[in-house]
Design a protein around this ligand. Sequence first.
Ligand SMILES: Cc1ncc(C[n+]2csc(CCOP(=O)(O)OP(=O)(O)O)c2C)c(N)n1
Length: 658
Amino acid sequence: MRYHSGDLDPQRLLGLYQGMLKPRMIEEKMLVLLRQGKISKWFSGMGQEAISVGVTQALKEDEYILPMHRNLGVFTSRNIPLYRLFSQWQGKGNGFTKGRDRSFHFGTQDFKIIGMISHLGPQLGVADGIALAHMLKRSKRVTAVFTGEGGTSEGDFHEALNLASVWNLPVIFCIENNGYGLSTPTREQYNCENLVDRAKGYGMESRIIDGNNILEVFSKVDELCKALRKRPRPVLLEFQTFRMRGHEEASGTKYVPEKLMREWAKKDPITNYEAFLLKEGLLTQEKIDQCKAEIAEEIDSNLKLAFDESPVAFDAQRELVDVYQQYDRQEIRPQGETKNIRFVDAIAQGLEQSMYHHNELILMGQDIADYGGVFKVSEGFVEKFGKSRVRNTPICESIVVSTAMGLSIAGMKAVVEMQFADFVSTGFNPIVNYLAKVHYRWNEKADVVIRMPCGGGVGAGPFHSQTNEAWFTKTPGLKVVYPAFPRDAKGLLNTAINDPNPVLFFEHKGLYRSVYGEVPTDYYTLPFGEAALVRQGEGISIVTYGAGVHWALEVLDRNPEIDADLLDLRTLQPLDLEAVFATVKKTGKLIILHEDSLFGGIGSDISAAVMENCFEFLDAPVRRVGSLETPIPFAKALEENYLPTKRFEQALLALDAY
Ligand SMILES: Cc1ncc(C[n+]2csc(CCOP(=O)(O)OP(=O)(O)O)c2C)c(N)n1
């Protein structure tokens, strides 16, 4: 291996050596502990240390770095006290996740490290978001993010690189090409010669770097960092290296030809570099021994701390509370002048006023800038707020959601418009796995609102009509809002944007231009988790939300003899079960109506909760009414009968007469 120290001073040259030695020695110790059954899984980065250490040392301490499962050297290079890492791996309280997540699956704002989630790809978008925040704040920082070569086959990789290139974000994308993705060799993973060949297609620069040569890694990345801080842009790096151990320790390396192992063992980044430093006279055997003794002592004393720490105790209350970030909601009551406006105008007004309210709020979505969005919610916004805050995105829901997460990590807020709620399926992974779980896992907020133009009755067929709130109400960590009236839509959207937790904000397209209401002109907020009693009666309770509220109103208007409470839930998570119980206790009969098909819909849960809590108050079985168990069809006659409107009227009359 050839080393060129260039103008690096001896301190740096030795620092790089020590930097690699520490993760290697920690790993050697971990392998012993693993055999003794004292730690669970271990993903080895042995032989790849030069990449983690070289990249991290090239970055400044206040620049974010997003490592993977083989980047122990990132964590040690940022000088995280070792006992905290050991506690993390043992699921103990001094770790970073209160025992809730394992290995390297955590982030820490203190050390500007944002760890991975198992799904590999989303963090590439998170890096985009952090870099976007830096670019918008004009703070000349780079962001480095890692992926294995296996991870480059995920759609997220392509989306993240494309977005970074289109927006010129200062991200260093680091591919660690170590020959295998679990057992899959590179020839079965991709079909280009080098992975960096892809950079051309995204319109970005790239380099191939010998990942086992610490001086090459450090010098090239250092040079790039300096260039990117001056002129922000993304760069794709392919570090060529090799995975010297199994995917994780239990799985072995039988499928790896021994010849390859022998060849790469000769290229060990530490022994080679050590020999170079000895030859240059910068290192002596005595110094090596001293260095190893110091690290060994640090490892042992920190291990003792971690072993002495008691295991985490279960506290149901604490577990539940930590799912969401608690925050001081400042209620701004609706008051003053009102105007009769459409549902869509109320949403536009809330969004616009929130943009004035929060300078750090960024809007992202397809065609939302000059075009104003397909429903024209953001029409005229570019003139008021500029294109840096009202951002057209390429068609890449997944990475835009992750980018929103990155903005939040870097202290900003994001509202993402799904062009149609149906398309959230291609952004599903980061919502349910990253945004929803991040606060529970490592105490980080996900200050993101996802706007969801949804719903049927508009003759738009299976992919432009769904109301898919049940995909999200199931997932702890998300909030789900579904207003029925303009006044609620504006106030709840403002609250959603203030709330630091991830909010899915459902906007029924059918209501956009058909429903009018008096809406206060000034900025105001409305609380989550408070249902509204739209009509009051004694005989029967109707519980619904969204378009269902309007369907129920029409039916009640047609059947004035029905003396019903009509409860509009307004938010589904948090869900105002107290209000449901109160109306059931008053009337003794409950019918739940929703546009979603029945099975697994939120109506099932409300029904179960009423059975469990109000059984003795019921005078009739709880009735649920929803759409047919089919995809939503296009033709009018089919859609009309798919939707529950007619069935609802019959069911209501039957239950009322029970
Ligand atoms: C979406 C997803 N699919 C599959 C897996 C299982 N898995 C975890 S790591 C891995 C291999 C990753 O290979 P690569 O990206 O090359 O990284 P390496 O482990 O080689 O460092 C696989 C298949 C996963 N975690 N997430």
